[in-house]
Ligand binder design. Sequence first.
Ligand code: HEC
Length: 219
Amino acid sequence: MKFEAKAFLLVIGVVAFMFLGTYFTMIVPLTDPALYTPTKDAKPYTTLEAKGKKIYEREGCVYCHTQQVRNLLEETQRYGMGEEETFKRFGIRTLIQAPPSQPGEYVYDQPHLLGTRRVGPDLARVGGKYDNTWHLNHFRDPRSTSPGSLMPAYTWLYDKAGQPTGEAVALVAYIQKLGTNYRWREEGVEQARALQSKRAPAVPAQQAVPPTTTQEGAQ
Ligand code: HEC
């Protein structure tokens, strides 16, 4: 009560609390070295990819797409690789979850394009999911690759003959780069292969075990 009656002390108190709040919720987290340490696979953008990123910013893709896989099963499964994809690309049938995004993957993103709305799917792990032709067709006419899609057609990235301009090519290069700062597809497939080869010898061994018959025969 007495404290509140003294305007000067009150102001000092409010400022001190605001400073403490800012310090512990903003300044301390910003000193976390993980924010500035690239992941081991992280590479800076090439000139073409950097040009594509500018087009992504200009066209407002960020209004419909996020670039962050959160630590939730629904997301790691949805944005991972399904059996069809692993079989088609790596010749092995297995599900591989997408790893949640890590700060070290974004060190070369200035500005980052994490986004806040998901009208379309998250794009943080989309690099390598489709081939370049798929993306070129999709940007020119999203309904041709994804029936019923709400995504706008980016026809101005193509010339009159429907051929992709340098901008479309750069945009595809940027999209294919997303998520490759972490070699999760390759690592996931390597792990799955290692698991399978460990399991594989166990099968013939089990089959080769019918000692019961020989025992019976001996009895
Ligand atoms: C109006 C919202 C909207 C905008 C703007 C938009 N998209 Fe999309 N995007 C979608 C929707 C919805 C889908 C899912 C259907 C489909 O595949 O088209 C999608 C799908 C995608 C996919 C395939 C993702 C996957 O995993 O299958 C890519 C890549 C993509 N968009 C890139 C872009 C790029 C690049 C831009 C900017 C040039 C952009 N989008 C702008 C709504 C949008």
